[in-house]
Design a protein around this ligand. Structure first.
Ligand SMILES: Nc1ncnc2c1ncn2[C@@H]1O[C@H](COP(=O)(O)OP(=O)(O)O)[C@@H](O)[C@H]1O
Ligand SMILES: [Mg+2]
Length: 296
């Protein structure tokens, strides 16, 4: 077996596999723990261990679409899997991941909560659904409720938006839990109508990537996970600038670009990513795709 010093120890063995196996491996999801993500994970951990008090701390995780919000909170939720509780009526689930319904519907959200805990949803009034959801969440000893796609509330009239925000405050107070809302910057605009929410929800930002030391470190980490047999030196300044311009700053596009380029480099036998490979691999930037679509 050859050693590949430019790779992460877990990837080194992969680099010896056949081209077909390496392409398959590249198509599987990988998560890179860049410093900002680790920082936010640390703050989320703090919420789980926070004692129950009258005013629980809450968080808003804000970032562009495709910039790693859902991956981050799902990874956090996986750290706290639900456990059997032989002595209790319910399992124990310290962290629950949910998504806001497509429009700000209170009843829809209670159904989502109950559904994600495999609980029966009563076909009854909103009040009955609320009572059931509160009872179940108390039973599972919830500490942190994640509401992804919370910017969906903007799809409703302002009265409905306010009702949804009131419901969130009610749940946080009633259950003494922390709420983590995830969404785009529109979410900040939506909560600005409610000073109480604005005061009690600390925004944590996942900004788009720029040409910084952190971005070049991210490229180094990515490179160590790509099973290519030769080093590409993606963090090198010209290559890094080209990559950033192509992916337009989101980690989701960066991941697609580097995987597409790596697959091309394996199939062509180059075994490393260069500017030529980036141009030839068939990746289209988000704005190229929009431009092409507008020509249809
Ligand atoms: N830490 C990470 N390491 C590697 N790839 C990531 C990471 N975070 C996100 N991605 C990639 O970006 C894509 C979009 O992430 P996602 O969390 O769904 O974004 P958002 O919720 O902000 O729209 C994911 O499908 C994954 O491919
Ligand atoms: Mg998401």
């Amino acid at each position: 077996m050859n050693n590949f010093r430019h790779l992460h120890p877990d990837t080194e063995a992969q680099a010896n596999l056949s081209a077909k196996e390496r392409v398959q491996w590249l198509q599987k999801p990988r998560w890179i723990g860049y410093p900002r993500a680790q920082d936010i994970l640390g703050k989320l951990d703090d919420l789980v261990h926070h004692p129950r008090v009258v005013r629980m701390p809450n968080m808003l995780l804000i970032g562009s679409s495709n910039n790693g919000k859902s991956e981050l909170v799902q990874r956090f939720a996986q750290r706290y899997p639900a456990e059997e509780n032989p002595r209790g009526e319910h399992i124990v689930a310290p962290v629950l991941y949910t998504q806001a319904p497509p429009t700000p519907s209170e009843a829809g959200f209670y159904s989502e909560i109950l559904g994600s805990l495999y609980e029966r949803v009563p076909a009854a009034s909103v009040d009955a659904k609320r009572a059931r959801a509160i009872h179940v969440l108390r039973g599972v000893q919830l500490k942190v409720l994640i509401i992804d796609e919370l910017h969906n509330i903007l799809a409703g009239a302002s009265v409905k938006q306010q009702q949804f925000l009131n419901m969130i405050k009610f749940m946080s107070n009633e259950l003494q839990i922390s709420i983590v809302g995830c969404g785009t910057s529109d979410l900040l605009r939506a909560v600005s109508i409610d000073p109480q929410i604005q005061n009690r929800f600390i925004p944590e930002l996942l900004p788009k990537w720029q040409m910084t030391k952190e971005f070049r470190q991210l490229l180094m980490s990515f490179e160590r996970t790509l099973p290519l047999r030769k080093p590409s030196n993606l963090h090198e300044k010209t290559l890094a600038s080209k990559i950033l311009a192509m992916c337009e700053g989101t980690i989701g596009e960066l991941s697609i670009l580097l995987n597409t380029a790596a697959i091309h480099a394996i199939k062509q036998g180059n075994e490393f990513i260069s500017a030529d490979i980036l141009n030839a691999c068939g990746y289209l930037s988000p704005s190229d795709r929009t431009r092409n679509a507008s020509r249809l």
